[in-house]
Ligand binder design. Structure first.
Ligand code: A2P
Length: 277
């Protein structure tokens, strides 16, 4: 008797996309890429809900999806979608998601939303990206978005992490952008000179130590970069980090005279919470 050539496939997930690449950066962090639904349009900096099917219910055997908000780390023009995630050992989603391999499927609800978009800011000279931990993700998208360099004379990306290893995804991306031929062709050879990368660590020795908030209060950031302290005429900001960080930096930006904007009401800064499991 003839055997079927392939085993019967597991039922396809709703809104399934296929994993094309996975990279583990530390024991706490990984990034991955998935196929992009042909119909998905989004603005660089937005997020979508992604996830996996949960374990079958003990009584009914039914499976429910576990979904969480994830910033899209790839730019709007990319053929695939990239995500950057923490691994929480007992996190409902990330404890499973951290095991995905190339060829696996994930669920992706194709409804992008978010406030970390160019449309939510008024024109300015300098754009600040303030990130902690996995809050770097939306800026990984925006740093690869040509509009970022069209709209601003200077782009400052600050990233505060506990350890040097946790800076690696961001540091590698900045290097990659500097070598990016497509962006150079679009924006001019010198576009990358607009990027001022300011990584800091809080729990491991590195060239610049301390929380970005403390370094700003001391004026050290502005001295190091050779720029004026933040002011509402020149500076615009996007913030993405843990809750305490977001609240603290929001207060600081308000003290500098910046006001919070939204899609429907663009102003001088915008904030979004980084994904936490
Ligand atoms: P710290 O090590 O001093 O707590 P986490 O991994 O916990 O999300 O933190 C990421 C980074 O954000 C850490 O370097 C942490 O510093 C920093 N951080 C946490 N809370 C704040 C805050 N309120 N202001 C500035 N940085 C913060």
């Amino acid at each position: 008797a003839t055997q079927p050539k392939t085993a019967p496939k597991a039922p396809a997930l709703p809104d399934a996309q296929t994993v094309t690449f996975v990279k583990h950066w530390t024991d706490r962090l990984f990034s991955f890429r998935v196929t992009r639904p042909a119909s998905l349009r989004f603005r660089s900096g937005e997020f979508v809900m992604i996830g996996l099917m949960g374990d079958p219910d003990e009584k009914t055997g039914k499976q429910k999806p576990i979904l969480r908000a994830y910033s899209i780390a790839s730019p709007s023009w990319d053929e695939e979608l990239e995500f950057y995630s923490i691994k929480v050992p007992d996190g409902p989603l990330t404890s499973k998601l951290q095991n995905i391999k190339e060829g696996d499927q994930i669920i992706l609800r194709p409804k992008p939303v978010g406030t970390l978009v160019h449309d939510a800011l008024l024109p300015g000279k300098r754009l600040w990206f303030f990130a902690t931990g996995t809050g770097f993700a939306p800026f990984a998208s925006l740093l690869r978005e040509p509009q970022t360099y069209e709209d601003y004379e200077e782009v400052v990306i600050t990233h505060t992490c506990r350890t040097v290893g946790e800076l690696a995804y961001g540091a590698a991306l900045i290097e990659e952008i500097k070598q990016d031929e497509m962006l150079a062709e679009l924006m001019g050879e010198d576009f990358h000179k607009k990027i001022r990368y300011y990584p800091t660590t809080t729990r491991e020795e590195s060239p610049k130590m301390g929380r970005i908030t403390d370094l700003m209060r001391k004026g050290e950031v502005f001295e190091d970069l050779g720029i004026k302290p933040i002011n509402p005429e020149d500076d615009r900001a996007m913030v993405c980090g843990n809750l305490a960080f977001n609240l603290e930096i929001k207060e600081m930006l308000e003290d500098y005279g910046l006001e919070e904007g939204a899609n429907s009401d663009p102003k001088q800064y915008v904030v979004e919470k980084a994904f936490v499991d």
